[in-house]
Design a protein around this ligand. Structure first.
Ligand code: FAD
Length: 412
């Protein structure tokens, strides 16, 4: 096998890798994407946020995504016991798309990757990145499907390897997350939901009746199927009995609303579990590499922000990278890492407030001021980088002010 030389080597062909590759290719840069697996492959992360449609459009992939037959999504619904509330993503503070899709990620990620290939991007499936040498310009050691080793010389490396976290591992950048360890158990079901009030256009987030820090997702697809999952701290899920499917169904049936909704549901896929998926790094980028999406920090799935952060990071990194490739000096800390973290930290504020219950009180508050609800809706729709939104600019302070206003009388 031959060694190759490119402008940019991208590790991983998931959403962040495909979007970055497409944008760089449009700008005339020579990229190669090295993807360990073969597509379609299963991935978790099936509910998109409207904000990410902008990045899909910039990458010239909007038509392909719009025509693929995915489940339309226009908001999020939340339920805790008899409290039920919805957020309509078109009624938000920040301009931009207000609708998106719920997607089977195998199909969605393949669509993005295939579209990038049609645009001229080279994706090498079955090629796994094993080592990196940063002494001069980056040099990757890659193993192909025949276990043959070759090298890729690049001017820059984008790590889009998701939970593979290739560069954090190889370069010792891994840092523990400041969020507690949590587990998820999930599967796909034939949902057979016939409740006329059930809104397939929204993700349903249900809260466990007794444990406010255990929550469930129900993400309907367009084919009578849904993704279902539960998230909680491991000790809260530990006393569930039986195999994974029995454990999942036991806890799903503890939530009366879900139990009723899913009375005719059939599990159609092996249940899976993930634990300790929250992760952090000490460095997001230097003048030789940048970490995109989950290869950098992953917070928590509760607001479905993963793919949006992945695509946002791809777009921001490409903007800086193109300037660098064209001869400018880039300060990756101030031009990439800090602006990216602004939005990630906004999500962090809301994630932490979700688990300690503060944000749940806000979500279920019935007398919400419409202007405030639009600002919160913007964040839930993924627009966590809009500095015009006070809940982005000063997320913790603003959120705490609202929390006080939304406290139920008996909380005082
Ligand atoms: P990925 O999509 O993970 O792609 C990385 C690619 O890199 C893979 O294809 C992998 O094969 C490849 N790779 C890995 N190692 C190597 C290597 N050594 N060499 C070459 N290639 C390699 N996000 C949402 O937006 N909505 C949700 O509803 C949602 N729900 C979630 C639920 C749970 C329980 C969890 C844990 C996460 C959820 N997420 C959700 C997050 C979402 O899964 C990720 O944020 C998203 O997939 C990140 O995309 P990515 O492009 O960074 O990486």
């Amino acid at each position: 096998v031959n060694n190759i030389s490119v402008d940019v080597a991208i590790i991983g062909a998931g959403p962040s890798g495909a979007i970055a590759a497409s944008l760089l290719n449009q700008l005339g840069k020579h990229v190669v994407v090295l993807e360990k697996q073969y597509f379609p492959r299963f991935s978790i992360g099936e509910s998109l946020l409207p904000c990410c449609m902008q990045f899909i459009e910039q990458a010239g992939m909007l038509e392909a995504v719009n025509q693929a037959g995915f489940q339309f999504k226009d908001g999020a619904a939340f339920r805790h016991q008899d409290r039920y509330t919805t957020f309509d993503f078109t009624d938000k503070f920040t301009p931009g798309p207000g609708t998106t899709f719920q997607v089977q990620r195998g199909k969605f990620d393949k669509l993005l990757a295939d579209t990038a290939i049609q645009q001229g991007v080279e994706i090498r499936y079955g090629h796994s990145v094993k080592q990196i040498n940063l002494t001069d310009s980056p040099l990757l050691t890659v193993s192909n499907e025949l276990d043959e080793i070759y090298q890729v010389q690049a001017k820059f490396v984008l790590d889009a390897s998701g939970f593979g976290r290739v560069l954090p591992r190889l370069l010792n950048l891994e840092k523990p997350s400041n969020l507690p360890l949590r587990s998820a158990i999930f599967t796909h079901i034939e949902d057979n939901i016939n409740d006329p009030n059930f809104d397939r256009n929204k993700i349903l987030i249900s809260v466990h009746p007794e444990h406010k820090d255990i929550w469930y997702w129900l993400i309907p697809f367009s084919d009578n199927r849904s993704s279902i999952g539960v998230v909680g701290e491991p000790h809260l899920l530990a006393n569930l009995e039986g195999n994974l499917e029995q454990q999942l169904m036991t806890i799903v049936h503890q939530e009366p609303g879900l139990k009723q909704l899913l009375v005719n549901a059939k599990v159609i896929q092996d249940c899976a579990t993930l634990q300790g998926y929250s992760a952090n790094v000490s460095t997001l980028a230097t003048d030789k590499f940048a970490l995109l999406g989950n290869a950098g920090e992953f917070l928590d799935p509760v607001f479905s922000s993963g793919v949006t952060i992945a695509m946002q990071s791809a777009t921001m990194a490409v903007n800086s990278l193109v300037k660098q490739l064209n001869g400018a000096t880039i300060n990756w800390q101030t031009e990439y890492a800090e602006p990216l973290m602004k939005g990630v930290n906004t999500f962090r504020t809301f994630v932490q407030a979700w688990y300690d219950g503060r944000f749940q009180d806000v979500i279920f508050y019935q007398q919400a001021n419409p202007a405030i609800k639009q600002m919160i809706c913007s964040i839930l729709a993924g627009y966590a980088w809009d500095q015009n939104n006070p809940f982005v600019a000063e997320s913790e302070r603003r959120l705490n002010t609202i929390v006080e206003l939304c406290k139920e009388p008996n909380d005082a």
